[in-house]
Design a protein around this ligand. Structure first.
Ligand SMILES: [Zn+2]
Length: 124
């Protein structure tokens, strides 16, 4: 199978599963449709998709997660169930308040926030 077809299969897996998958997870899925694909091929294609800004990637607890949503957004990770959620907020507001308390000139970034998600949190 040609590289471009493998890449298309990998991209489709990430696009159809907005769960911020890891390379291992994508590999397990890809094997179902591309039986002879290797983990190295999956890594190489995922990295190329990130380099060309088709996907974005972020690191959490030393594991890289891939994200088909390339819009500027932050992530909330549940400490209990480990699900990763997208968070949309005004980056401008957060960045301008951070600039007020720092001597740096902060121009952008994404946040990784943790806690317990709405299914896991215990109300009290
Ligand atoms: Zn995301």
């Amino acid at each position: 199978m040609r590289y471009s077809k493998q890449r298309a299969a990998i991209l489709e897996i990430v696009n159809l599963n907005p769960v911020h998958p890891t390379a291992d997870w994508v590999y397990e899925q890809a094997r179902k449709t591309v039986p002879n694909i290797s983990l190295g091929t999956v890594y190489r294609n995922l990295n190329q998709l990130v380099e060309t800004k088709v996907l974005q990637a972020f690191r959490y607890k030393n594991v890289i997660h891939y994200d088909s949503n390339t819009e500027n957004h932050s992530h909330f990770i549940c400490d209990i169930c480990s699900q990763i959620f997208d968070l949309y907020h005004s980056h401008e507001e957060v960045i301008s308040s951070l600039n007020k308390i720092s001597n740096h000139r902060i121009t952008g970034g994404q946040f990784q926030l943790t806690g317990s998600c709405e299914n896991c949190k215990v109300d009290n």
